[in-house]
Design a protein around this ligand. Sequence first.
Ligand SMILES: [Zn+2]
Length: 67
Amino acid sequence: MKIPASTELADAVLSGEVAFTHPRGREWDVPRICPLCQRRMVVKLNPFGWEAACSRHGVLRSEWLEK
Ligand SMILES: [Zn+2]
């Protein structure tokens, strides 16, 4: 899957415009559904956290949420 250079997802989440929907009772879990289009995202785990990519809206990294 080609990931677009879009920062739409990161912008929307970091501005508080949208929130990730985590599975109920598993708020610590990695978000797997894009909150903008409800598509399933490609999630990669790494030693520092995770990276989730929507094919339309770009990438979001967990480290961006911790700031
Ligand atoms: Zn999306």
